[in-house]
Write a protein that binds this ligand. Sequence first.
Ligand SMILES: [Zn+2]
Length: 155
Amino acid sequence: MLPKQHLAYGTLVALLLFFLVPQVGVLEAAVFLFFTFFIDVDHYFVYVIRNGDLSLTKALKYFDGMRKKYALNKVSNIKTPTLIFHIWEFLILILVLSFFFPILIFGFFGLVFHVFLDFIDMRRMGVLTHRDYFYITRVIRRKFFARADKKYTYI
Ligand SMILES: [Zn+2]
């Protein structure tokens, strides 16, 4: 899903939480929104590492190009780059950290909300298999299931 859509949906839900849930104040709603939106910075990291370039505009074009080429055209057998903030290992890390820093539970909810929206968007486009949701699945497939891994093109 595009960042502007995440910002719109994230803002809407943050406002709903703020007005409807008594335990949610400005800080909690802000943490939720921050994690919902800034999770996508991992796309930017991938662009910077691959291209040695810091341009945010070019990074957006780069991923928009990928989306048009592979997702909107429903090209199958593709694996997208590993997005370190989208994998469940990272979400679980934030959940564990929330036991020590309770405010992070709203960050965890923000991450889950983001990943859920991405999931719906990818399902709509018919490309759910493009992403490895757990990094460990990618490692296991590449290491122990070479034949299954060969059918994928890592973009
Ligand atoms: Zn995303």
